[in-house]
Design a protein around this ligand. Structure first.
Ligand code: PNS
Length: 161
C-alpha cells in the first residue's frame, strides 16, 4: 500500500493544487493532503479554514484525506506511515528549491521519495501568492481558485463583489 503526502501551505487552495491532488490520487493508493501549520508565516486563512476548504474540495475523492502537521515533514510522515512526497513543479524557477527540500528529506529518511508532477499548462503561472496579490486589488479570481472560495477570499480583504 503506497501512502503519499501532498504537503503545502495551501493559503489558499488554488485550481493548480486541485489539479495535482486529482492526478496524484490516481497514482498512489492513499493521498494525504498535509497542511503545514506555519505559525511563523502570516497566513490569510487559519489552519482550520485551510483544512476545511481542502476537505470540501476532496469530499468525493475516496482515497484522499486532509490533515495538518507541525514541524518536520519527514517526522510527520513516520507518524502517518507515508513514504512518498508529491509536489507540483510549475517552472524552472521552482526547481532549485524543490530539489533542495527533496534531497534534504531523502537524506533525513532514505525511505522517503519525492515525486514531481508537472503542473498542467493552464496553471503553470498560478500560485497562492499571486492569488492573494490579485484578490487584494479585487481582481477576477475565477480562473485561479474553486468558485466556492472566491467570496471567502474577498472577505479577507473586506472586498464585496
Ligand atoms: O506550499 P509551500 O509553502 O511551498 O510548502 C512548503 C512545504 C510545506 C512543503 C515545506 O515548507 C515543508 O515541508 N515544511 C515543513 C518543514 C520541513 O520539513 N522542511 C523541509 C526540510 S528543509
Amino acid at each position: 500500500m503506497k501512502r503519499a503526502i501532498y504537503p503545502g501551505s495551501f493559503d489558499p487552495l488554488t485550481l493548480g493544487h486541485v489539479d495535482i491532488i486529482e492526478r496524484a490520487s490516481r497514482i498512489v493508493d492513499e493521498l494525504v493532503v498535509g497542511v503545514l501549520n506555519n505559525s511563523a508565516k502570516n497566513s490569510l486563512f487559519s489552519l482550520d479554514e485551510r483544512v476545511s476548504m481542502i476537505k470540501e474540495m476532496t469530499d468525493s475523492m475516496p482515497n484522499v484525506t486532509v490533515s495538518s502537521f507541525d514541524g518536520l515533514l519527514v517526522d510527520y510522515m513516520k507518524e502517518i506511515d507515508a513514504t512518498i512526497i508529491v509536489r507540483g513543479l510549475r517552472a524552472v524557477t521552482d526547481f532549485e528549491y524543490e530539489l533542495q527540500i527533496a534531497q534534504t528529506n531523502h537524506v533525513e529518511n532514505p525511505d522517503v521519495e519525492t515525486i514531481f508532477l508537472t503542473t498542467s499548462l493552464q496553471y503553470s503561472y498560478l500560485s497562492s501568492t499571486i492569488v492573494k496579490e490579485f484578490a487584494s486589488y479585487g481582481g477576477d479570481l475565477t480562473k485561479f481558485v474553486p468558485a466556492r472560495f472566491i467570496d471567502r477570499i474577498y472577505e479577507k480583504y473586506h472586498i464585496s463583489k
